[in-house]
Design a binder for this molecule. Structure first.
Ligand SMILES: C[S@@+](CC[C@H](N)C(=O)[O-])C[C@H]1O[C@@H](n2cnc3c(N)ncnc32)[C@H](O)[C@@H]1O
Length: 308
């Protein structure tokens, strides 16, 4: 596991995460192509099935769920819409993200409880939930053993722990290649699309400049499963997803990032979004059964709290 950068203390990392995500909240869904329709529901169902493993994953249903680092609601709201969870609580260190989540829930006609909370100090009673889960959040948390102890405490005996969208060590390093390719291609790409360059980099101290501080870990499958077992969970399962789709996504995001967002044509955005979805299928149907978890960009984890 890549360690917390020594330049930032755990407190600074938590503070940077709060400010960075508060500032990102209003454009987060459009930046990441978050969908609450059939596509979004299909994506979260597929992730759940893959994380839990075939047969069990397809049938999973939960009463009380708690999402950690729920952001604008991508996972919880789609699981509610898909009928996988009944009563949802969403927590996040960023009140701004939870505000956007609450407004997304309202426009979808869904009821969700929200609570601003640090994953390392959850404001919930012991044994309150049947499912504790998260998407793309573990890599932001400074003290993971402390957070895993909290996940265990708030889960009921026999309850399920599930995380997806966590960067793998290897995938994170490889992602440097499509990003570098995108940077080199950017001037030519902007010329072809007649898009002007993006605004200059954010000044030091602004929220956007916090990006290098907020991501503190990338994981190997072995480390993720060891950490889960050491926190007292059983039936630990770690798998990987997204390889080619991710390379494609990083090239496109780097290109888009280099341009004035208002001048990136709609047709390009459609191509990038649908291309990504098609390559996700290729990864799922072909590569995920052939390659080891560590080869993929995203890792997913599931485990169970033992019965008493
Ligand atoms: C990459 S975003 C993912 C959001 C959402 N899960 C999704 O997949 O769209 C990471 C989220 O984790 C939250 N976060 C970061 N550090 C946290 C912490 N220590 N405790 C709880 N949430 C945290 C951030 O505020 C942010 O909303």
């Amino acid at each position: 596991m890549r360690a917390v950068p020594p330049a930032a203390s755990a407190e600074q990392i938590r503070d940077a995460n709060t400010r960075y995500h508060d500032a990102a909240a209003h454009h987060y869904d459009s930046k990441w192509g978050i969908d609450f329709g059939e596509t979004g529901q299909q994506q979260v169902r597929t992730k759940l099935r893959k994380a839990l493993g075939g047969a069990q994953g397809g049938r999973a249903r939960y009463g009380d769920s708690l999402e950690i680092g729920a952001g604008t609601g991508y996972f919880t709201l789609n699981l509610l819409l898909a009928g996988v969870i009944e009563n949802a609580t969403c927590s996040d260190i960023s009140p701004g993200m939870l505000k956007t989540l609450a407004s997304n829930a309202e426009s979808l006609g869904l009821e969700v409880a929200t609570r601003a909370a640090d994953a390392e100090q959850l404001p919930f009673e012991d044994e309150s939930f049947d499912l504790v889960f998260g998407h793309a959040v573990l890599h932001h948390i400074p003290d993971l053993p402390r957070a895993f102890a909290e996940f265990n405490r708030v889960l009921r005996p026999g309850g399920t722990l599930l995380f997806a969208g966590e960067p793998s060590l290897y995938g994170d390093r490889i992602a440097g290649v499509p990003k570098a390719f995108g940077r080199r291609l950017a001037p030519l790409w902007r010329m072809a699309l007649r898009a002007g360059p993006a605004a200059p980099p954010p000044p030091a101290g602004s929220e956007e400049s916090l990006e290098p501080v907020v991501d503190v870990h990338a994981f190997s499958p072995g480390e993720l499963s060891r950490m889960t077992r050491e926190a007292g969970f059983e039936h630990t399962r770690v798998s990987g997803e997204e390889l080619v789709a991710n390379w494609f996504g990083w090239v496109n995001r780097t290109l888009e990032h280099s341009a004035n967002p208002d001048e990136v044509p709609w047709a390009w955005r459609q191509y990038a979004y649908h291309g990504y979805l098609i390559l996700q299928q290729l990864d799922r149907r072909l590569l995920e059964s052939l390659l080891p978890a560590s080869a993929f960009y995203n890792l997913m984890l599931s485990a169970r709290k033992p019965q008493r």
